[in-house]
Design a protein around this ligand. Structure first.
Ligand SMILES: [Zn+2]
Length: 451
């Protein structure tokens, strides 16, 4: 059966019709995208190892610093962002000697919501892998709060009590708990894993912006950013409840790095957590809101945002964002969805390169002029490849075809105008890479003008 997230019967019918046509064209036994996930017992164990109790402890401790405002005290041993980040460094360092824990600091001059010059520090823990390609799990550990209910936002008021339990100790706890489980697992990963708590998010994504820009300047390869922000509350301000789904926001266009990552999260998160609905949203973020994934997308990295579906706006950015508003079993489910995606991606080979030097994807009409012919580079460590296909007006991959250990493949008579294609590398234990899409980048103005 084909799965569709679209509620419209018309869309569903169109999707099924497209699948029927594709099935006829592709051959008698194509595999559906949802049907090919091979569960790995090692990943199942990692998913199960995520602990509600630990997550609860992390959220309580972070909220216990009273405020983690970016401009709050760095000297007070019990209160403020300095005490919080020192505790995070100690906590992460205690998880495993394999974790390299450090502060990632930047001098920021007063501007916008930053009322005075500040040394802003992200907290970073790196679990080195066999390769330099990096996978990030992030939250922002800074907080902000208005002093009294009904007052305007006070981003510069750094002494207000701002427990920030759900926004965003919850996301920070997800990053820290994944750091614990993955670093203690004894598994060797192909990718280098980075667990990071950003600062300055509430003043305008400063910590993530500075970090992402530096990564781009230094040529760091970041394959994926799993950003968690507001992921622990199940009761909306309007009283509605939802503890069994999570939203994943990913900006377009359709084959952007973020969209490939979102599809990957859906594919593997759903496989390992079938009782948790992963609701992909084809937009950068919630309406009028922002988050730390955005600067990474800006610099060309794949980054998505996880957020609960039922937000309580009456608690966000107030003194009422306390730990009792975070539902540990729900937070654990979201952490497990993260784990399924992060672990699978970190164990998989890197995605195949499908571009020529000139930036054109290696997709052609083949020898006959009427086929779909795909070529790609070998990925180190890959033992086979999977081709993904979807119709010309579809949001998600509809077919996946196992093609073995080859670097080219032809679908006879399949139109490359009316279908989209991608290819993923698969390792010896069945771990699948991100999908590399066959999409040409946008033409430059000069190219268009000279046509
Ligand atoms: Zn937030």
């Amino acid at each position: 059966m084909i799965r569709s997230r679209h509620s419209s019967a018309v869309t569903l019918a169109a999707t099924i019709l497209a699948a029927v046509i594709l099935t006829a064209v592709l051959g008698p036994n194509p595999l559906h995208a949802q049907g090919t996930v091979q569960l790995d017992p090692a990943v199942q164990e990692l998913v199960a190892e995520v602990s509600e109790e630990n997550l609860e402890h992390l959220v309580h401790t972070l909220a216990g610093f009273e405020t983690r405002h970016t401009l709050s005290s760095v000297d007070d041993p019990d209160r403020g962002i300095g005490a919080a980040r020192e505790w995070m460094v100690d906590e992460l360092s205690g998880y495993s000697p394999r974790l390299e824990v450090s502060l990632d600091c930047y001098d920021v001059v007063a501007q916008g919501r930053i009322a005075e010059d500040v040394e802003l520090c992200n907290v970073k823990a790196v679990l080195p892998g066999h390769s330099d390609r990096r996978i990030y799990v992030s939250g922002h550990y800074d907080s902000v709060a208005q002093l009294l209910e009904g007052m305007a936002e006070e981003y510069e008021r750094f002494n207000n009590p701002a427990p920030g339990a759900n926004d965003d100790a919850s996301g920070t706890a997800v990053a820290m708990e994944l750091a614990r489980v993955l670093s203690q697992s004894g598994l060797e990963f192909d990718a280098t894993l980075v667990f990071i708590g950003f600062a300055g998010e509430e003043q305008g994504l400063f910590g993530a912006r500075l970090h992402a820009h530096r990564a781009y300047e230094e040529g760091t390869r970041i394959d994926a950013v799993f950003n968690n922000d507001i992921v622990g509350n199940i009761r909306g301000g309007d009283g509605r409840r939802d503890g069994t789904s999570v939203r994943v926001f990913a900006p377009g266009p359709e084959d952007s790095p973020a969209r490939q990552l979102a599809r990957y999260v859906h594919r593997f998160g759903s496989a390992y957590m079938p009782h948790h609905e992963i609701r992909l949203v084809a937009r950068e973020d919630r309406f009028g809101r922002g988050g730390d994934h955005t600067p990474f997308n800006y610099w060309g990295f794949a980054a998505v945002r996880f957020t609960e579906p039922m937000e309580d706006y009456s608690r966000q950015h107030t003194v009422y964002d306390t730990a009792d508003g975070v539902h540990a079993p729900y937070l654990a489910r979201n952490a497990r969805v993260n784990m399924a995606g992060v672990a699978t991606l970190a164990l998989a080979p890197s995605a195949p390169d499908v571009d020529t030097q000139g930036g054109n994807p290696r997709l052609s009409r083949g020898d006959t002029g009427y086929d779909a012919h795909l070529q790609w580079d070998t990925s180190p460590g890959a033992t086979s490849y999977r081709i993904f296909v979807r119709g010309g007006w579809s949001m998600d991959w509809e077919q996946v075809v196992e093609v073995g250990d080859v670097t080219e493949f032809t679908f006879p008579g399949l139109s490359i105008d009316e279908h989209f294609f991608g290819v993923a590398a698969v390792g010896p234990d069945g771990h699948e890479s991100l999908v590399s899409p066959y999409v040409r980048g946008p033409r430059s103005v000069s190219e268009v003008e000279t046509r």
